[in-house]
Design a protein around this ligand. Sequence first.
Ligand code: PNS
Length: 174
Amino acid sequence: MKVGLYPGSFDPITNGHLDIIERAAQLFEVLYVTVFRNTLKAPLFTVEERMAMIAEATAHIPNVMVDQFDGLLVNYARGKGARVIIKGLRAVSDFEYEFQMAQMNKKLEPGVETLFMMTSSKYSYLSSRIIKEISFFGGCVDGLVPGGVARRLNQKFREGKIPGKPAGDGGDFS
Ligand code: PNS
């Protein structure tokens, strides 16, 4: 079985991520979209909320499985029998960091390949960080994120949540 992995923070999923998922799902029998449970970051959404938003946005793609992981990505890949990690590239600025990770993952697990896909140009300026910032300051994110995500962002900010920092401390949106 051809298994692919599309890992990320997905805090939250954007239409740029969804574009990659829709295209990558055509290359594999199963595509795991997997949320990294990163203890070093202070995400806006819990892992469960992020998984729920991804599941909702990908409900129309039958071979997508939504999952989560912690620890090394290559260990997770091995456990799932996946030989390909999918990464989206929006611009040259993404390249250096992604290149470093791909090389390191190759060193850690030579049997796993990283496959880069160019993000559709209409979403090349999108990032989860900028979506949170726009939404936090009351801007409209319709058409940039799946419907359920816009609703949940509004809800978070109505509850007084500030991304990246404890409430009342500014927030850095990362
Ligand atoms: O959406 P992001 O934050 O750019 O995703 C980064 C992610 C989760 C893919 C990356 O940080 C990762 O793979 N983390 C897992 C830990 C790991 O394997 N680190 C070594 C990578 S060389």
